[in-house]
Design a binder for this molecule. Structure first.
Ligand SMILES: Cc1cc2nc3c(=O)[nH]c(=O)nc-3n(C[C@H](O)[C@H](O)[C@H](O)COP(=O)(O)O)c2cc1C
Ligand SMILES: [Mn+2]
Length: 515
């Protein structure tokens, strides 16, 4: 059965030994971030590791090695701060900060199970006979269960504040890093409608608190929320659009906001697919948007199409501050919430942080989708230090000249993979999750002038090195074996591997060598 709501997931995390309660008062201004950094190995101060002694440090390091070798295993436990200073509402962070917790969130033993389910639906073929039709019925029934369901009311309506009673400082909103421009809601689900098609979009876009009733709306240029804003503004520059925000829900729904799915595909339907139960949606009090009925906190309001305000800086997942920029402003007219809500948040910063595991799940879950479109793709990896957009390693089964270049272009045209700054294409026999192997084989396969390609196009708004915000260059490295058909006339050497007979002989005498 799907998680009812966020606290249902908290219970599960606690039962599985994945959650620690913090009962001491800790300040959401900077202090919570520092605690989060200390529980995550990535940012564990050297002094602390040393103080714990070599054994503990080694154990930590071991625990942090995930199933795919180079993948970090976790960034410490989930933390429930029961007494964030200045608020009566407990704060949950790091809830998704490990491969295991991502699997718990999606109720699978292994993330590849989600990928397999997607593959199952993509393999659906026209039935050949009656038997095939009957076999398809459960799948079709399952498909039907993905669609969000409108319900009359929900727990998110237990307490309602209108107008002047709205006070966002009731919530333990984090100021994460010293140079941050203020406090930021970091794990929101932002609901809008495409003004032309009426279709819903849900995105996770951070929101800087300006005062009790207004926040920033960090819609990066290429994101769907930003597109809704632009289209509405083109139609009526003086108008406004309704916006509602849900903070905290069952885990699959909470995650759905960051999924890179095509425009006009409903993230709430995808959430239904992930949790194998429809998401119950309720109408907002003051606008006609719908939000998940199990939300902990809902902010209802609007964005003026002629109003922009300075947002940032914000210590970002690049490990650097994203600079100030001009973004729309969200006016909150109404807050609805549970009687005793849990405030869900996350801290981003130098990698790896919690968001690494959200991205890792995306990498695993969407691999079959990539493979369906490009069957030559064997595997992909996005190392934590590459912050997703900076580096993608792709292994392909190369079968024609220029194949590696074709895959680069495919990736640069594939949704948010357009942002990928560096693509390294390797042959199918390279393990993309073994970064040492990738570095070794890539460098050996390279004639840099011949094999490196630059292109121009959209870049991630957070890329502070791009010459212009949102626009710059990207690089593809063809690290596949070069073929005669590609103009390479020299022989390509074999990789050094010992032969089986010799290995067997040494196996046989190994003990007697006494080494
Ligand atoms: C913790 C977290 C914070 C994020 N903050 C932002 C943000 O402030 N602005 C933004 O445009 N994208 C942000 N993203 C990425 C978007 O959520 C992601 O690109 C998503 O697919 C956008 O939805 P859309 O495709 O419907 O626009 C964030 C992702 C995570 C995991
Ligand atoms: Mn979207």
């Amino acid at each position: 059965m799907a998680y009812r709501d966020l606290r249902d997931f908290v219970r599960k995390l606690e039962k599985e030994g994945e959650l620690k309660r913090v009962r001491t008062e800790v300040d959401p201004i900077l202090e919570i971030t520092e605690v989060v950094q200390r529980v995550g190995r990535g940012a564990m101060p050297h002094g602390l590791v040393a103080a714990q002694g070599e054994t503990k440090a080694n154990r930590l390091r071991e625990r942090n090695v995930g199933p795919k070798g180079a993948t970090p295993g976790d960034v410490g436990p989930a933390l429930l701060f029961e007494r964030p200073r200045g608020s009566r509402i407990p704060l949950l962070v790091n809830a998704f900060g490990s491969v295991r917790r991502m699997a718990l969130a999606l109720e699978v033993g292994d993330l590849d199970e989600v990928a397999a389910r997607i593959r199952g639906f993509m393999d659906l073929q026209s039935p050949q006979g009656l038997f095939d039709k009957i076999k398809m019925l459960p799948k079709l029934a399952e498909l039907g269960s993905f669609f969000p369901k409108s319900v009359k009311t929900g727990d998110c309506k237990e307490v309602i504040h209108h107008g002047k009673d709205v006070n966002l400082s009731d919530f333990p909103v984090l100021k994460c890093w010293p140079q941050d421009g203020g406090r930021f809601i970091t794990f929101p689900l932002v609901f809008t409608r495409n003004p032309e098609t009426g279709k819903r979009n849900v995105g996770m876009y951070r929101m800087q608190l300006y005062d009790e009733r207004t926040t920033g709306m960090h819609w990066q240029t290429q994101k769907h929320g930003a597109e809704h804003f632009r289209r509405a503004r083109a139609a009526n520059p003086e108008g406004r659009i309704p916006v509602s925000v849900a903070v905290g829900s069952d885990p699959a729904t909470a995650i759905a906001g960051m999924l890179p799915i095509p425009p006009d595909l409903d993230e709430m339907m995808f959430a239904g697919f992930l949790r194998r139960e429809p998401v119950d949606m309720v109408k907002c009090e003051t606008n006609d948007l719908e939000v998940p009925a199990n939300a902990e906190i809902v902010l209802e309001g609007y964005v003026n199409l002629n109003e922009m305000r300075t947002e940032g800086p914000f210590g970002d997942h690049t490990g650097f501050y994203s600079l100030e920029g001009e973004y729309p402003v969200f006016h909150v007219e109404c807050v609805t919430q549970k009687k005793d809500p849990i405030y869900l948040t996350t801290v981003v910063g130098p990698p790896p942080q919690e968001d690494y595991f959200l991205g890792y799940a995306v990498e695993r879950v969407f691999l079959p989708v990539m493979k369906m479109q490009y069957p030559e793709i064997v595997d992909v990896a996005m190392p934590a230090e590459g912050i997703f957009h900076n580096l993608m390693i792709v292994a392909i089964r190369k079968s024609y000249p220029g194949h590696a270049r074709k895959i680069m272009n495919a990736i640069w045209s594939l949704g948010q993979a357009m942002f990928t700054k560096v693509i390294v294409v390797v042959d199918h026999d390279v393990d993309v999750h073994d970064y040492k192997q990738v570095v070794w084989k890539t460098l050996c396969a390279l004639d840099p002038e011949r094999d490196v390609q630059f292109v121009f196009g959209p870049t991630d708004t957070l890329d502070h090195a791009a010459r212009i915000q949102d626009y710059g260059s990207k690089m593809g490295i063809d690290a596949t074996r070069k073929w005669l058909a590609e103009g390479f006339t020299r022989p390509w050497p074999d990789e050094i591997l010992m032969d089986g007979n010799t290995k067997a002989r040494i196996d046989a005498i190994w003990k007697t060598l006494d080494i």
